[in-house]
Design a protein around this ligand. Structure first.
Ligand code: FAD
Length: 551
């Protein structure tokens, strides 16, 4: 944290001056979950850290995942026991660190005639899964017969159903998790700056010592000096590696993953369901959330521009057809889709290996000039990925006393005011529902607030009083904006609309109200030329339209 300053755009100039004026122990490139985790890990061990992100925090893959903190059941099929064990354990740790944001979610896994899953193998697989992840008590998997499955999920295809199981996972909001980790890193002294792009590496005697960055707000350049630089640019990792030396051996293999969102009444499932795609070997999720259900994901090779990932009619057909063939509902049509997102997986490929050997494990690359790059892995495993690479940085900085700088993050809560456990969070939600009711807001708004902002949602609720001349849903938007501007480095309206609030994906019904009020608000707070104003409106309108128009 810079001398008591809030993590706000208002202080951005001071942050830039600070970044340009000193030498950091570590500069992290990329403000997705990987870079965020590294910044927090390093700052909490006492290292001086700067992080640069070319767009908004979490604007890459880390706002476009399935939003599950999960043990990776599919890894079990590939016999990756250590990976299942590690991410399984991580689920419980992350739930403890942010119970409002990493929330238990029961998954139903139906066994359907002609599907890829058999009863005995599923039972054994889930048993091993629970065992490796130390799952206990109520959360242990339960095998169900057909009647039991139909009772808990009546929309499943009764005539083809053989039985099923129910097991425990966690859901999150990936962009909120990323911003909370970034904010925590900032509280521990790191200096994360968004809209600042790494453009050039500068070496002295063959060693990387500085990084030249372009500020996308005023197009000026700044140079940041650091003893170590970590490239955590997700799908862009190889672009940065290639700026240093030709890439050989292991490299990125990118695949696209699409999710679509429909109103809950169109697919009113009670639990998350993980089901076989008919006539395919893959499985996908249908996950209820607030008043919507989202469905995903596809997995197709991607070789387009990382900055423009489009959803095609084929992607949409694939997902809707899987749902329509599995659930007993009025068939979904593309016109039912109210939102969507597409992300790219930065997977690891090795020359000479086949596509089926592509690994989802994380990988660290060390360049001749000292640049460290990290890619692959999962949202769920971000903390351990960070630990591995920061261990290397600490070893470089303090070769004789590295053990004096042990990892701290297992015990660092991800919000300044936190819930001691999930039951406290549930009680808080009940109170918030009551308050919201009194204030003219529905229970969905109460849940939305607490799952997004944790205990701090109370401050947002209380500050609505400042805007009492507006209808409650508008007052809530203003109050949320005030919070995000003061504490979450929102720079543009779209940062709030998509990544801080998640309204574009999970509350698309509220978008018209947000759009009506957000621009006048920004003008009042920051001033905008008519040109900038028009540009921002056009940008937001394009993004809002893109979530239900498919090429
Ligand atoms: P990113 O989030 O892409 O972050 C990299 C950042 O670097 C970007 O924000 C980018 O703007 C920035 N950057 C790039 N170049 C520069 C530069 N020159 N200067 C500055 N900044 C730069 N994992 C799970 O655990 N659970 C799931 O349910 C899950 N579902 C998934 C579903 C899909 C469809 C996909 C695609 C992935 C899923 N994953 C899931 C995996 C997970 O989302 C990713 O592993 C993770 O988000 C990658 O994070 P990252 O920080 O490495 O990359």
């Amino acid at each position: 944290m810079v001398a008591g300053l809030g993590f706000s755009k208002t202080n951005r100039q001071t942050f830039l001056e600070e970044a340009a004026s000193r030498q950091f122990d570590l500069l992290v490139i990329g403000g997705g979950i990987t870079g965020a985790g590294i910044a927090l890990d390093a700052a909490s061990r006492g290292l001086s850290v700067c992080l640069v992100e070319k767009g908004d925090f979490a604007s890459g893959t880390s706002s476009k995942s399935t939003k599950l903190i999960h043990g990776g059941l599919r890894y079990l099929k590939q016999f990756e026991f250590n990976l299942v064990k590690e991410v399984g354990r991580e689920r419980a740790i992350l739930h403890q660190l942010a119970p409002h944001l990493v929330v238990p979610e029961k998954m139903v896994l139906p066994l359907i005639k002609g599907g890829s899953l058999g009863k005995i193998m599923t039972s054994i697989g889930l048993y091993i899964y629970d065992f490796l992840a130390d799952v206990e008590g109520e959360d242990k998997r339960r095998m169900l017969d057909k009647e039991e499955v139909m009772e808990i999920e009546p929309l499943l295809p009764e005539s083809r159903l053989l039985g099923g199981s129910i097991y425990a996972e966690y859901r999150t909001d990936d962009a909120r998790l990323t911003i909370e980790v970034i904010k925590t890193a900032y509280r521990y002294g790191a200096l994360p700056i968004n809209y600042l792009e790494c453009r050039e590496f500068i070496e002295e005697d063959g060693i990387l010592t500085q990084v030249r960055c372009r500020d996308h707000l005023d197009q000026r350049e700044i140079t940041i000096a650091a003893k170590n630089v970590v490239n955590a640019a997700g799908p862009w990792v190889d672009q940065l590696r290639a700026m240093v030396e030709p890439i050989s051996g292991k490299r990125l293999y990118l695949t696209k993953g699409v999710h679509v969102v429909v109103p809950k009444i169109k697919l009113p499932i009670r639990h998350a369901v993980y089901f076989d795609v008919p006539h395919d070997t893959r499985m996908i999720f249908a996950i209820p959330r607030l008043e919507v259900t989202y469905i995903g994901t596809t997995d197709t090779y991607f070789d387009g521009s990382n900055d423009e990932v489009r959803i095609t009619g084929e992607d949409v057909d694939y997902l809707l057809s899987a749902v329509n063939q599995t659930f007993q509902i009025e068939p979904l049509r593309s016109g039912d889709i109210i939102s969507s997102w597409a992300g790219i997986r930065p997977l690891i490929y090795e020359d000479g290996k086949s596509a089926s050997e592509i690994s989802r494990k994380d990988e660290i690359f060390e360049a001749g000039n000292g640049l460290l790059s990290i890619a692959g892995g999962k949202l769920t495993g971000y903390r351990k990925m960070a630990e591995r690479i920061v261990d290397m940085v600490v070893q470089r900085l303090f070769p004789d006393s590295a053990e004096d700088y042990p990892v701290q993050t297992e015990n660092i809560r991800l919000t300044p005011e936190y819930f001691s456990d999930f039951s406290e969070c549930q009680e808080f939600i009940r109170q918030m529902i009551h308050l919201c009711h009194q204030g003219g807001l529905d229970p969905v708004s109460a849940r939305y607030l607490v799952h997004n902002y944790g205990k701090e949602s109370m401050h947002i609720y209380e500050a609505m009083a400042k805007y009492s001349e507006y209808p409650p849903e508008v007052a809530l938007i203003f109050s949320e904006l005030d919070f995000c501007l003061a504490n979450e480095s929102v720079v543009f309206p779209v940062d709030y609309l998509v990544r801080r609030s998640g309204r574009l994906f999970f509350r698309p019904d509220t978008i018209p109200v947000v759009m009506e009020h957000i621009f006048p608000y920004f003008i009042e707070r920051f001033g905008m030329t008519p040109d900038q104003h028009q540009k921002e409106i056009a940008r937001c309108e394009k993004i809002v339209a893109s979530v239900h128009s498919f090429s």
